[in-house]
Design a binder for this molecule. Sequence first.
Ligand SMILES: Cc1cc2nc3c(=O)[nH]c(=O)nc-3n(C[C@H](O)[C@H](O)[C@H](O)COP(=O)(O)OP(=O)(O)OC[C@H]3O[C@@H](n4cnc5c(N)ncnc54)[C@H](O)[C@@H]3O)c2cc1C
Length: 263
Amino acid sequence: MKILVCLKLVPNVREAKIDPVTNNLDRSSMRMVVNPSDLCGLKFALNIKDALDDTEISVLSMGTMAAEKFLRDAIQMGADKAYLLSDMAFKGSDTLATSYSLSRAIKSLGDFDLIITGDSTLDGDTGQVGPELSKFLDFNLLSFIKDIKYEDESFIVTRISNDREEEVRAKAPLLVTALKDSVPRPSKFSRGREEIAQEAEIKILSSENVDFDEDRIGQKGSPTIVKEVFPPVHNEPGQFIEGSIDEKVKGLIDILRERKVIE
Ligand SMILES: Cc1cc2nc3c(=O)[nH]c(=O)nc-3n(C[C@H](O)[C@H](O)[C@H](O)COP(=O)(O)OP(=O)(O)OC[C@H]3O[C@@H](n4cnc5c(N)ncnc54)[C@H](O)[C@@H]3O)c2cc1C
């Protein structure tokens, strides 16, 4: 069984701070992490590998060289091979160009039975890359999965559909999108693989060793236009006026006067 798991590096939005002057995200204050649902995807792959001999797990990320360390962590968690798709030609990619680029990289690596992506990311959060990738690669697609196993030459997948859970049987080649928090994330400390991870080759893929249509990558291959970026508007919390009815009425009149609603 050959499995490929897509891992995207995202800023840890829990640490996000907005610059009060420019209203821009202060990225310098945020650490990068692997997108949480991608780690659930890796855990699903590791569970299949534990149950099935001759299973090989590859991990793939598209991004800057900063992703190399996180791919090494994935090897320490139990992945066998790691690939980093990194090239300035991808700058400005929207989801269509991203999934096209990932699909070309995956095709260059050979055949896979199962591809796992996260359901969506902490930053872009479109949830488009998994389904687009399945289309580019002509794989069956099952989204929002919370469990997967392999039995009698089929994948048995538990997925969420609206407010229901359903169990679906599917054949390879299959792409699934893993739900965040569907399964405990894998630990890099439990497998004793530090040395293997340190010595592993993280293979860099780029336009030099993968065949891309240049019109379909980067800004040129991105039909999405971001018209405006703005922080969400937060309504001010309500104010309670305590006391007796008379005190409440007086308090309300004072506030309305203060705000020049009444004289
Ligand atoms: C017009 C436009 C320009 C952009 N320009 C840039 C830019 O210059 N630089 C930049 O960094 N971003 C840029 N982005 C953002 C970038 O395109 C998205 O981050 C990317 O397409 C993934 O979208 P998403 O985060 O919504 O993924 P989703 O569809 O929410 O992701 C679902 C899953 O797909 C997989 N996946 C997604 N992206 C990757 C990846 N890169 N590697 C491996 N797996 C992945 C993961 O498993 C993930 O959980 C731009 C976006 C737009 C719309």
